[in-house]
Design a binder for this molecule. Structure first.
Ligand code: DAH
Length: 341
């Protein structure tokens, strides 16, 4: 019996040496230390042995059991250490690697353009006034000196709604009436930015929605000279001291006299290029002295007050400045376009 135990010990220690992973280690535990292992069977049979044999066998069996348990736990530690070392080497984390750059949000080019324009006017004392995108026919046209059936209404391809009289604004000019009615008879220096809508055949130059910015000044003794000075100064604030501007006679029902204004081509400095069609000039917007009927509709006595107004497309400024050839880029949500600004 004693030699059996020594054999068990020898065999087990030998088997343990070649164990390299957790699974075989567990198999070893069951085979040599488990309930039905030969060693445990020795313990089971102790009672059947002769009384004088029992102490010596029992002691030896305990020694073997302790030796195996100790060897088992040493092996188990060694294996765990080795596994840890392996994972540290294979899954190594290099904390000195530079982090991944998170994509930063940015302003939409239409917003960039709008803010630059607003800043230029704000520096000249103009305040921003917001007016509705959904308007009545009266505000869109009637109060702007275009009664129903006025032929000039054809200049705006308007989106009408299923509600009679209600349409999307095709320009920011109806805001002139809102701001005048709110402030009359106080003097006004306001800009009115915002989205406008037109029933257009969409192409590279026309979209069904776009931003406009309306300029309105009302007060005593406001002259055409103030209009020209303000528009020219705006051009200089936005594009530098040397930019030239020009005014061409035009027609709008809500201004008298009316004009269109051009800035010297931003891309060729007036020399002539494809963008300005070799004229050296870029058409920016319309303007004029507020028509007496419009002043009156706004609550101002045209005998005492006068005013000037102007309008411009804010995306258009950005297109001219950056040679953007297609207005559809602005609202098509293409990051390749948006991320260039
Ligand atoms: N509302 C006009 C348009 O959309 C632009 C315009 C012209 C605005 C003359 C004005 C103005 O304030 O005086 O075509």
């Amino acid at each position: 019996m004693l030699s059996d135990l020594d054999q068990i010990r020898q065999k087990a220690l030998h088997a343990l040496e070649s164990i390299q992973d957790e699974t075989s280690l567990e198999a070893f535990r069951i085979a040599y230390l488990g309930r039905s292992s030969p060693l445990m069977q020795v313990f089971d049979q102790l009672g059947k042995l002769a009384r004088e044999e029992r102490p010596a066998i029992g002691r030896r069996a305990n020694e073997v059991k302790q030796a195996l348990e100790a060897a088992f736990s040493t092996r188990s530690d060694t294996l765990r250490q080795a596994a840890l070392l392996r994972s540290l080497q294979t899954e190594r984390l290099d904390v000195t690697l530079p982090g991944r750059v998170l994509p930063l949000g940015r302003l939409h080019p239409a917003t960039i353009s709008l803010r630059a324009i607003v800043r230029a006017f704000a520096d000249m004392g103009f305040q921003v006034y917001r007016s509705p995108e959904v308007e009545t026919d009266e505000y869109n046209f009637g109060l702007l000196n275009m009664p129903p059936d006025h032929p000039a209404r054809d200049m705006w391809d308007t989106f009408y709604t299923s509600m009679p009289e209600v349409s999307l604004r095709p320009h920011t000019s109806p805001g002139q009436i809102h701001v005048m009615r709110q402030y009359a008879p106080e003097p006004i220096r306001a800009i009115l930015p915002g989205m406008c809508y037109r029933y257009e055949q969409i192409n590279a130059r026309k979209e069904t929605q776009f931003n406009q910015l309306e300029v309105l000044a009302v007060g005593k003794n406001i002259t055409l000279g103030d209009l020209k000075g303000t528009v020219s100064d705006f051009a200089r604030r936005l594009f530098g001291q040397n930019i030239r501007t020009r005014f061409r006679a035009s027609y709008f029902p809500f201004t008298e006299p009316s004009a269109e204004y051009d800035f010297e081509c931003l891309l060729c400095n007036g020399k002539g290029c494809t963008v300005c069609a070799w004229t050296g000039w870029l058409e920016i917007g319309g303007c004029g002295m507020v028509h007496p009927i419009v002043l009156q509709n706004g609550g101002y006595d045209p005998a005492k007050f006068s005013g000037f107004a102007a309008g411009l497309g804010t995306e258009r400024i950005m297109m001219l400045k950056h040679r953007i050839e297609d207005i559809r880029y602005f609202w098509s949500n293409d990051l390749r376009f948006l991320e260039q600004f």
